[in-house]
Ligand binder design. Structure first.
Ligand code: OAD
Length: 241
């Protein structure tokens, strides 16, 4: 029961949703959060990823997101992202619900993407809410309209998720025949509640599967890029049994 099983389930499914986390982008070079080299191993999320950090520790907050925004320029979507874009084009998936803020799914060509944790490539003013160009944030500018603090449209701890992305993900997941969860530790609420809403088959693709595997119908341990390439191979040449 591995990649070939998943390919068969995909061919049988009328509605497949993919839920991704930071492990989807590590093969592009972007660190995840909780692995050995993850962001939260050296940086306490309370100091840079909370509403309090934005209000009380703005320079550190801004520096952290500027660094992450700048580093995106050095990286690009990898083969796994491209396979997912291809699956959407071939009608194999209905939605990618992602916790990732890098926009790599869209950059690879996916259109049906729900950004559950927002993104770090668009900017707004924390005070008046107006959108501003990314360059303003990178250049340490204040809001042109009200002189408020600028911030990326990322969801911080202590904030609610974008309602449209959440409702869309929930609706799709509840009606899905198949949900494939890729590259997430499932440690963060409320996204970690989503897989349990699925009434169909549930699959987990992750490097580290300890702790989560019992909740899934199929667990494939490995890197997203390699596993997706393997599944894609079977999808294109389904096995006759
Ligand atoms: P985590 O860092 O918590 O989990 C990433 C998971 O991906 C780990 O279980 C890794 O073992 C796995 N992984 C790493 N590289 C992989 C690869 N190439 N292929 C497959 N699996 C791989 O990241 P998330 O679960 O996405 O939120 O974290 C959720 C949220 O916590 C983030 O969106 C962020 C963070 O705090 C906010 O900042 C609000």
């Amino acid at each position: 029961m591995t990649a070939s099983t998943l390919a068969q389930w995909m061919l049988q499914s009328n509605s497949t949703l993919i839920l991704t986390g930071a492990g989807m982008s590590t093969e592009s070079g972007i660190p995840d959060f909780r692995s050995r080299k993850g962001w939260w191993k050296n940086t306490d999320p309370r100091t840079v990823a909370t509403v309090e950090s934005l209000q009380q520790n703005y320079e550190l907050f801004r520096e952290f997101y500027q660094m992450r925004i700048q580093s995106l320029m050095d990286f690009e979507p990898h083969r796994g992202h491209e396979i997912l874009a291809n699956w959407e084009a071939r009608g194999h998936l209905s939605l990618i619900a992602t916790q990732n803020v890098d926009r790599f799914h869209q950059q690879a060509g996916n259109h049906a993407v729900a950004e559950l944790h927002g993104n770090i490539v668009t900017i707004r003013c924390q005070s008046c809410g107006k959108p501003l160009p990314l360059g303003h944030f990178v250049d340490n500018a204040v809001c042109t309209y009200c002189k408020g603090k600028l911030r990326p449209n990322v969801v911080l701890f202590g904030e609610t998720l974008p309602q449209e992305a959440w409702n869309r993900s929930l609706k799709e997941i509840q009606g899905a025949d198949l949900v494939i969860v890729i590259g997430t530790s499932l440690e963060v609420y409320p996204v970690n509640q989503l897989p349990a809403m699925c009434k169909g088959r549930l699959v987990y693709i992750n490097l580290d599967v300890a702790g989560n595997s019992r909740n899934f119908d199929l667990v494939i341990q490995g890197t997203a890029g390699e596993v997706l390439a393997e599944v894609d191979k079977y999808l294109q040449e389904p096995i006759v049994e």
